[in-house]
Design a protein around this ligand. Structure first.
Ligand code: NAD
Length: 379
């Protein structure tokens, strides 16, 4: 059976689904691996690197699409590519099945089996396949580095003969995987950091990184689901959080916002009036931009200046660190592939919790209820 690693079609994509190391692991499971020439270049992997681990190189994308059995991808193949796939072939990657279900329809109709890395359940056994956490780690780090680069101030406290420079103040909203990495990075650069999250459990993690946790009394409200994710809050609870955020944002040099609720628009935490009250030259880095943004003035995919405050709304930040983002992603992906590839054959045990949770389509049908509902709504 043939595993094909193609060049990503998306313009802003620099990552590759499987690095040469991961390709070697897949070949070791008894598969042939073919790589579209140049697929790994932006992620630091040349065609020769792939050849060195036994993969073949091809410039004929159409032939790979029509002949391969398994397509590990970063982003879903575009519809034109999907139209060339074999029935029963497998595509696995960040397929955005809840955000853009219609973009998968051609593959579903052709009987392609689809697995979404976003839907891998966050259970202990699947931790090594948690690609969302991998990308959030990269994005949390990069957000702080970009913000520090653009801030017209130094981050650390400096005591010099010319006087003392106070440390930069960083406010982090949402202390999940990306937020915690942002806190750790900002602390390492010497900033004073405050953070807010609706999940009380986040408080201890924030404090353990040397940051202050902003406590908001939500009157014992249930703020997290069984999976440890935040739930959508009532208007009243959101307003209590917003008040605390407004106070902290006014004096912050950098706000990094990461708050998300799976399957919903990102919660609105920074109204325009709060941006207007921030000092000119301050920065908002809105990591929730792909889900609509935490800040009212965020423009997903753009960097704007609003009342002197620079507001970043990146939609694919992990792609700005392609080498390590690809390394982590391809390890997550090859760990997933080990579940469905056995002795050189596809072996899809749909009773397995991880396989069942992440499977979007099988045998020409959408098998995930949430995706079917999203498609219905979109249609
Ligand atoms: P996420 O990207 O969905 O959200 C980021 C953060 O925003 C979360 O901490 C969330 O609580 C917070 N948030 C949401 N709405 C908010 C609001 N209105 N105000 C303030 N904060 C708000 O989350 P994530 O980073 O992917 O992870 C969320 C949780 O899942 C964390 O507890 C994390 O440790 C846990 N997790 C578990 C596993 C596992 O394998 N068991 C893996 C990864 C993450």
């Amino acid at each position: 059976m043939l595993v094909a690693i193609l060049k990503e079609a998306r313009q802003d994509e620099t990552r590759v689904a499987l690095t040469p190391d991961a390709a070697k692991a897949v070949a070791g499971m008894g598969f042939s691996v073919a790589v579209e020439s140049g697929a790994g270049l932006q992620a630091g992997a040349s065609d020769e690197d792939y050849q060195a681990v036994g993969a073949s190189i091809s410039t004929k994308r159409g032939e790979l699409l029509a002949s391969a059995d398994i397509f590990p991808v970063v982003n879903a193949l575009p519809a034109g590519d999907q139209a060339q796939l074999k029935s029963g072939s497998v595509m696995v990657g960040f397929l955005r099945p809840l955000d853009e279900p219609a973009a998968l329809e051609v593959a579903v109709q052709r009987g392609v089996t689809l697995f979404s890395m976003e839907l891998v359940p966050r259970i202990t056994r699947a931790q090594s396949m948690d690609a969302l956490s991998s990308m959030a780690t990269v994005a949390g780090y990069k957000a702080v580095i970009v913000a520090a680069d653009h801030l017209p101030k130094l981050f650390p406290l400096l005591m010099t003969a010319a006087g003392t420079i106070p440390p930069a103040k960083v406010l982090v909203l949402g202390a999940g995987v990306a937020g915690l990495q942002a806190i750790a990075t900002a602390r390492r650069l010497g900033a004073v950091v405050e953070a807010y999250d609706v999940r009380a459990a986040a408080g201890e993690q924030v404090r353990s990184l040397g940051a202050k946790f902003i406590e908001v009394d939500l009157g014992g409200l249930q703020t997290e689901d069984k999976g440890g994710y935040a739930t959508e809050l009532s208007m009243e609870a959101m307003e209590l959080g917003r008040r605390a955020i407004a106070k902290a944002a006014r004096i912050a040099d950098v706000v990094i916002s990461t708050a998300q609720v799976p399957g919903r628009r990102a919660p609105l935490m920074i109204p325009a009036a709060v941006v207007e009250a921030m000092r000119p030259g301050s920065i908002i880095f809105d990591l929730a931009a792909p889900a609509g943004g935490n800040c009212e003035v965020t423009k997903p995919g753009e960097t704007i200046v609003y009342h002197g405050v620079t507001v970043f709304g990146p939609v694919n930040l992990a792609a700005e660190m392609p080498v390590h983002a690809s390394m982590l992603y391809s390890r997550n992906l090859s760990n997933f592939l080990q579940l469905i590839l056995k002795k050189g054959e596809l072996n899809i045990n749909r009773a397995d919790e991880i396989i069942a949770g992440s499977c979007v389509a099988f045998g020409g049908e959408i098998v995930n209820e949430r995706v079917a509902a999203a498609l219905h709504t979109a249609g």
